[in-house]
Ligand binder design. Structure first.
Ligand code: NDP
Length: 343
């Protein structure tokens, strides 16, 4: 076993966009498992937009990462030493061991994965937290029905790609919004969305109107910002809006946006159109996990849901990959291959 290990810690809290100096790569000794503990070797690290929130102080639904603390993150890891009766050397587990090559665990929160059922990386993507976010946000809030129109942005990404495909399975029309022609082509031609609009091209509001001639019944909110502003006038009476993420604003929370106060117009739209807007965090719907795994695994087997991974190599690539994720440099579920995948 190699005695060298590495981790990436939060060096400074970013003001606005994170930068390289907000992270620090450190060497460390491979930790030695104590009684009841396992030693994990990270294979896959998931990078997710919520990590931007963990870098800042201030009220949120989770505690921030402390300065000099290891950056938080979901991982798939191999048990390489075990003093815990529930785990054996060679087990592959889903963990939350963060941006580091090795970690100790007492076994709580670890879930064994069966590499024969699906590639282990999918436990961080389509069969993991992002897939579950899409499934539960639609199941509990969006509730798309046959003949309705659903719109979702970040449509080539981990959550958005699943949202549109699940809506199509329910018989709804799915309109994606994504950054650039190549992502839009993929969303329409490979994922089977009915339409996809490039939010970087001009006149999004006009193109959205054209793409949704019967208005919008479900808007799965992943991004906020200009996309949300284009969507609001197109929402139908009784439209549902699962508020999942606001990535367009993650680098600017904390101050009031400049310009006129649009809150009264928004409240009027909510009242007059009897809209349902509901924020959610995926763990609110943990009770649906078994149903999610059953349905999503079936849809994957049947080819009804497709997915795409975007992999960078080595732990040191994580900061840049994460900064890219916030700006749309990723094309699919952002993963870091931290160590060799033995499966
Ligand atoms: P993605 O894989 O979709 O990556 C993020 C994407 O956001 C980028 O690729 C980019 O795509 C898009 N984006 C970034 N900035 C903007 C912008 N200003 N306007 C429009 N699009 C933008 O990430 P995820 O699928 O992991 O996450 C999607 C959303 O879901 C995020 O907001 C995230 O925080 C949220 N989320 C919420 C959860 C919850 O429990 N509520 C759980 C998991 C995720 P493009 O190039 O197409 O613009």
């Amino acid at each position: 076993m190699s005695s060298k290990a590495q981790r990436i810690v939060l060096a400074a809290r970013p003001a606005g966009e994170p930068k390289t100096s907000d992270f620090r790569l450190e060497d460390m000794a491979v930790p030695i498992p104590g009684e009841g503990q396992v030693l994990l070797r990270t294979i896959w690290l998931s990078l997710d937009p919520y990590m931007r929130g963990r870098m800042s102080e201030g009220p949120s639904y989770a505690e921030p990462v402390p300065i000099d603390g290891v950056m938080e993150g979901g991982t798939v890891a191999e048990v390489i030493a075990s003093n815990n009766a529930h785990f054996s050397k060679g087990d592959i587990v889903l963990s939350h061991s963060g941006w580091q090559t090795h970690a100790l665990s007492d076994g709580r929160g670890l879930r064994k994965l069966d590499p024969k059922l699906a590639p282990i990386s999918t436990a961080l993507g389509v069969l993991g937290m992002p897939g579950m976010t899409a499934y539960t946000g639609l199941h509990e809030i969006g509730k798309p029905k046959a003949g309705e129109t659903l719109v979702v942005a970040a449509a080539s990404g981990a959550v958005g790609s699943a949202v549109g495909q699940i809506a199509r399975i329910a018989g709804a029309r799915a309109v994606g919004i994504a950054g650039g022609a190549e992502k839009c082509r993929y969303v329409k031609e490979e994922l089977g969305f009915d339409e996809c609009l490039d939010h970087r091209a001009p006149d999004l509001a006009a193109r959205l109107k054209e793409a949704c001639p019967k208005g919008i019944d479900v808007y799965f909110e992943n991004v906020g910002g200009k996309v949300w502003e284009a969507v609001v006038p197109r929402l139908n009476n009784f439209a549902r809006v699962p508020v999942c993420g606001l990535i367009a604003d993650y680098n600017s929370f904390g101050g009031d946006a400049p310009g006129p106060n649009r809150m009264p117009a928004l409240m009027r739209a909510i009242l007059v159109k009897r809209l349902t807007l509901r924020g959610f965090i995926v763990r609110d719907f943990a009770a649906l996990h078994d149903a999610f795994l059953r349905d999503m695994a079936k849809w994957l087997r049947e080819g009804k849901v497709k997915h795409r991974e975007f992999v960078t190599e080595g732990l040191a690539s994580a900061p840049e990959a994460f900064m890219g994720l916030l700006k749309g440099a990723n094309f699919g579920k952002q993963l870091v291959r931290v160590g060799p995948d033995p499966t």
